[in-house]
Ligand binder design. Structure first.
Ligand code: GLG
Length: 829
């Protein structure tokens, strides 16, 4: 607003931004200036981190001009904005992505070379922002990339955690967590806007008051924090667009109490500051089970309230009529973490904008849509009424009223069916009074979607059945997707070149064009080149592993990878049983060693720090790996590699090298999976159950190019209903018995039988995720894998067909589906 009063006369000051020239000289000049004036060093005095930061600032400078432009255009055009509300964004490294999007890779490489710097050395310095746990956070990052590429006005809203997902190390095979101080060496990709901070309130009471004859309610909070926005630019690929990722950091309203400080009590003087700033201190290292932690609810409300206020105050024009809000925004709820935004918008509309309840509710229902990412009942977030009422008293009142009116509607529709009322109520009564956030989101959302066809079906049939009966049209599916820019173009440059040579460059934004590769699967020359790329990607991975102190990969091994969070439902244990069984088979002579396909089993997985069983499984993988890799009898045949601290950066090296993709969750448990898509897209064949998006992958790539095994979801249900006894399966299959007995004997724990005893007895007597029931068919499928791999020509052909038929899994397609089915937003022009 101040700027309107500026009367610039200098010619440079007329332009909105002074962009550096898009040339090698322009880049070099900007880089050297940033090195001098931002980093405060000369080129000859600079170290590699200075250089990296100056480079990042330079790339940012180029994006900035486009970002200003886009802000202005979006304001002028008043399009609907997609506000993606997500507690997690697992971004990965930014440098290469931003260079690529802005077509600066060659210019930057040459400019730095002329400064005597190898850009590769700078690439290594970047620390990825690990602001997410796994699939859900990485999905959000893929989505904002696609939305920018499709010119859809988008703001990604989230939290700028000071510490992201913990760094994983192994100590004697066991996971140790270390804090992820990702900001310590500087954070060149984001910039703070303290002037746009929002005050966020907590606790206190509510009261009614007379507002010129109308009785209204207001919240009288007890304490506040400041939410300070940090913007990151999200460039579209080759389209000149730059969207915004806006992450909030909590800052105390009062840095410290000067009186207390002066009296010498330094610790007490900053107590309030520590308390407030804890809100954005650390990402919850929980993947699928919420911890009933007050701090987590604080985080959720903190970022959602700040985002809604920011959108209304800073994105909408000053004279905006709030009744028209649904024309200008859709708040997409990424799982239940942001659902507290529903009563928050109601509070803003009713208490602050003074709308009638019904009008406010009609607006709110149009402004939200909800994506559910799970099927595990324990992962459906609930908040105790006591906690929520204490922290957000006004919001609890609003939730109660939403529920009352909703239950009236249920009664009108279905009569006084008390059982049904209890089942559908947003407030659960057992084991204690709590708010069911998924139900609140379902009641409030204009649409509810699952993340793969099977998942959406199971939401309608089981988890949210009554709601689906009431509002069949509310429910829809959008199968997940992954960005081809990061996970093919950048991660696999050699395959990208090969594809571009064959099909032209258009596939990067139109992934269905990969279909054109189908014809080449039968071309021996193309197959050879494709295989050469895979081999070279394996060598590249091998040197990455060696640099981390791991053993190099062996030539001629099939690379069999299982990379994902460690969780019982994903069944890393089943994978271990396969390894142990093969090992045991060779050692006991049951298997002819010459018949066994040489394999390297590669794991990447973090376990939630509080998840004991998952940590035991990590220990077992490492223990088995150590014994197997050291045993002369299987030397050259079997090897286990488990690099610590699996993250996006490592995934980008592993995925292009993989031959076999392990997607072996119990049917009905993995909502979608997205690693499965990335691996298929890079030419790995899947061995998998009929679960999540595997179902769709198999349909697309064809049964001949996919190794299916295991029970289907209805078969799982049936076996549970009949009474599942894992020990029966142990008795029936000799291979299974030998494998489990070997673990139980202490063979992988220096003879100590107690170490893995809890794991073994859990398998034998509980086995919630039915690893034993699927073991036999899994091993049979692995035999089929070996046979298929022995025919290299056939294998490479299948790998090419996997790439050719994975175009559907682009996040661009997923975004089109969201736009058509849920958001109805249009691109800026
Ligand atoms: C979830 C699910 C995954 C899913 C991802 C993204 O467990 O199956 O692919 O979200 O929708 N918590 C997750 O990572």
């Amino acid at each position: 607003e101040n700027t309107a009063e500026l009367r610039p006369t200098h010619p440079l000051a007329i332009a909105p931004v002074v962009a550096p020239a898009a040339s090698v000289d322009g880049f070099a000049k900007q880089f050297l200036q940033n090195l001098n004036f931002d980093q405060g060093v000369t080129l000859s005095n600079s170290d590699v981190n200075d250089q990296y930061l100056a480079l990042a600032y330079t790339v940012r400078d180029y994006l900035m001009a486009r970002w200003f432009d886009d802000r202005a255009q979006q304001k002028a055009q008043q399009n609907k904005t997609v506000c993606y509300l997500s507690a997690e964004y697992l971004l990965g490294r930014q440098l290469d992505n931003n260079l690529l999007a802005a077509r600066l890779t060659d210019i930057a490489t040459e400019a730095l070379a002329q400064c005597g710097i190898d850009i590769d050395d700078l690439r290594q310095v970047e620390i990825e922002p690990g602001l997410g746990n796994g699939g859900l956070g990485r999905l959000a990052a893929c989505f904002i990339d696609s939305l920018a590429t499709m010119s859809i006005p988008t703001i990604g809203y989230g939290i700028r955690y000071e510490y992201g997902i913990f760094r994983q190390a192994f100590n004697e095979g066991q996971q140790v967590e270390q804090p992820d101080a990702w900001l310590r060496m500087g954070s060149p990709w984001d910039f703070a806007h303290p002037e746009a901070a929002q005050t966020i309130s907590f606790a206190g009471t509510t009261e009614t008051y007379d507002d010129e004859g109308v009785e209204r309610t207001r919240w009288v909070p007890e304490w506040n924090v400041l939410a300070v926005p940090y913007n990151m630019m999200v460039p579209g690929y080759h389209n000149g667009r730059v969207n915004t990722l806006r992450l909030w950091r909590a800052v105390a309203t009062n840095a410290f109490d000067l009186h207390t400080f002066n009296s010498g009590d330094y610790v007490e003087s900053v107590r309030a500051q520590t308390f407030a700033e804890n809100i954005s201190k650390v990402l919850y290292p929980e993947d699928s089970t919420p911890q009933g932690k007050e701090l987590r609810l604080q985080q959720q409300y903190f970022f959602v309230a700040a985002s809604i206020a920011d959108f209304i105050e800073n994105v909408l024009p000053d004279d905006f009529e709030i009744e028209k809000l649904p024309e200008r925004v859709i708040f997409q709820l990424n799982d239940t973490h942001p659902v507290i935004g529903v009563p928050e918008l109601m509070r803003v509309l009713v208490d602050e904008k003074k709308l009638e309840w019904d009008a406010a509710w009609a607006i709110t229902q149009k402004c939200f849509a909800y994506t559910c990412h799970t099927l595990l009942p324990e992962a459906l977030e609930v908040w105790s009424v006591d906690l929520l009422g204490h922290l957000l008293p006004r919001h609890l009142e609003i939730i109660y009223r939403i529920n009352d009116e909703f239950l009236l509607e249920v009664r009108e529709r279905f009569g006084d069916d008390e059982m049904l009322i209890r089942n559908m109520s947003i407030i659960g009564e057992h084991p204690s009074r709590s708010v069911r956030m998924a139900y609140l989101a379902t009641v409030a959302g204009s649409k509810v979607n699952g993340v793969a066809e099977l998942h959406s079906q199971l939401l309608r049939d089981n988890v949210l059945k009554d709601f689906a009966t009431m509002w069949p049209d509310k429910f829809t599916n959008v199968t997940n997707g992954v960005t081809p820019r990061r996970f093919l173009r950048l991660a696999n440059p050699d395959l990208s070149s090969l594809i571009t040579e064959a099909l032209g460059a258009g596939w990067t934004v139109d992934l269905e064009r990969l279909r054109g590769l189908e014809a080449l699967a039968d071309d021996a020359d193309f197959r050879e080149r494709f295989a050469a790329v895979k081999a070279s990607n394996k060598r590249r991975l091998s040197s990455v592993l060696e640099a981390r102190g791991e053993a190099p990969l062996d030539d001629g091994h099939m690379l069999d990878v299982m990379i994902k969070r460690l969780h019982e439902y994903k069944r890393q244990t089943l994978k271990v049983l396969h390894i142990v069984s093969t090992y045991e088979g060779i050692v006991s002579g049951r298997l002819d060693v010459d018949e066994v396909q040489a394999r390297t089993f590669l794991f990447g997985a973090k376990a939630a720090p509080g998840y004991g069983m998952a940590k035991r499984i990590i220990h077992l993988i490492n223990a088995v790996g150590e014994v197997v890799s050291a045993d002369e009898r299987v030397k050259g045949k079997l090897k286990v590699v488990y690099p610590a601290n699996y993250n996006v950066t490592l995934a980008e090296r592993i995925i292009p090298a993989a031959d076999l993709s392990e997607q072996i969750s119990l049917a009905g448990k993995e909502a979608s999976g997205t690693g499965n898509m990335k691996l298929a897209l890079n030419g790995a064949l899947t061995i998998g159950t009929d679960d999540g998006a595997n179902v769709e992958i198999r349909k697309l790539v064809g049964d001949d190019n996919f190794f299916l095994f295991g029970m289907s979801e209805p078969e799982v249900e049936q076996l549970w209903a009949e009474g599942y006894r894992p020990a029966d399966f142990y008795q029936k299959d000799e291979r299974l018995r030998s494998a489990i007995d070997l673990i139980a004997s202490g063979a992988f724990s220096g003879g100590d039988r107690t170490v893995f005893e809890p794991l073994v007895s859990n398998l034998l007597y509980e086995d919630r995720f039915m690893a034993l029931a699927d073991f036999s068919t899994y091993l049979d499928a692995q035999d089929r894998v070996d046979a298929a791999y022995a025919d290299q020509d056939g294998w490479v052909r299948s790998a090419i067909l996997n790439v050719a038929r994975s175009g559907y899994f682009s996040s661009d397609r997923a975004m089109r589906d969201y736009l058509d089915r849920i958001w109805h937003a249009t691109p800026v022009s």
